[in-house]
Design a protein around this ligand. Structure first.
Ligand code: KMH
Ligand code: ZN
Length: 275
């Protein structure tokens, strides 16, 4: 395999609760500790959602600022990717506000879909606005793809000059309402990429996390793990920490001969310049 594997850790998310996963990091301090452990285990990107102290999902700029500062204090090198997806039902205005912090990366969701029992709304005009804003601010978007039509929308936006190339995709598979974690889905999505130079990763939801991550390692992709997507280490056994999930992928990756990307290698591969 030519390039090292970027391990992203999605430490918190917007949906999981402490009742379901007692080790879920909520406060900036908890998030900083979780990030520190995840980075020590091999993560080079932290995908970041923030919560208020009561655990409710938030897109408040000050809260993002607090968490980013806390993470930077203990992991000065890690790449921080803020979420513009937020929680289902959050307004697009609030979702876009944290971009004012000019993070190195941010997620950009490429379409509307059923999301479990809810609807995750991403109107075409809002995708364009978020994409343009990221472009202006030098923020590298991670393009969140939940089904193949969203991938084709991203190609269209790139052609129109709204999305900056090189594109970087995250295939989020296993959300009820999107493509499942069937291995054929990942093969199909990757086969649609116009060039083998395009970087892509996979975020498998729930029980799909481990098998899709291993598939991505074998196929030359990158990997996202963490409590946002999966709270279990194995069936019936909660993970002890985000880092435990990162460690396993780092171990398998090394066994397969894939080097783990450092934050610097990650910046180079994804052409990140906002540091
Ligand atoms: N919470 C999900 C509805 C993202 O971070 O951009 C959307 C999400 C995607 O988490
Ligand atoms: Zn997210």
């Amino acid at each position: 395999m030519s390039h090292p594997v970027i391990i992203t850790c999605a430490i918190t998310g917007a949906e999981i609760t402490k009742e379901k996963q007692p080790h879920l990091p909520i406060t900036p301090r908890e998030q900083a500790l979780a990030a520190q452990e995840a980075v020590a285990a091999g993560a080079s990107i932290i995908h970041l959602h923030v919560r208020e102290d009561d655990g409710s999902p938030s897109q408040r700029v000050e809260r993002f600022h607090e968490s980013i500062e806390a993470i930077r204090d203990c992991c000065p090198n890690v790449v921080i990717q803020i979420s513009t997806g937020g929680a289902v039902g959050e307004t697009i205005e609030n979702r876009s506000k944290p971009l004012s912090l000019r993070p190195e990366m941010a997620s950009l969701n490429l379409g509307t879909m059923n999301f479990g029992e809810d609807i995750f709304v991403n109107l075409p005009r809002d995708i364009v606005e978020l994409g343009q804003k990221m472009h202006e601010l030098g923020v590298v978007p991670e393009l969140e793809i939940y089904e193949v039509g969203m991938l084709e929308s991203a190609f269209r936006l790139a052609k129109q000059g709204i999305l900056r190339e090189p594109l970087h995709f995250q295939f989020v598979l296993g959300v009820p309402g999107g493509m499942s974690g069937d291995p054929r889905n990942l093969v199909h999505l990757v086969s649609m990429l116009p060039s083998p130079e395009i970087h892509w990763g996979v975020a498998g939801i729930g029980r799909y996390q481990l098998p899709l991550a291993v598939q991505a390692l074998v196929m030359g992709g990158h990997v996202r793990v963490g409590f946002e997507d999966n709270i279990f280490y194995r069936k019936g056994e909660l993970a002890q920490s985000n880092a435990q999930l990162v460690s396993r992928i780092a171990r398998i990756s090394q066994e397969l001969g894939r080097e783990i990307a450092s934050p610097e290698q990650t910046r180079q591969m994804l052409k990140i310049t906002n540091q």
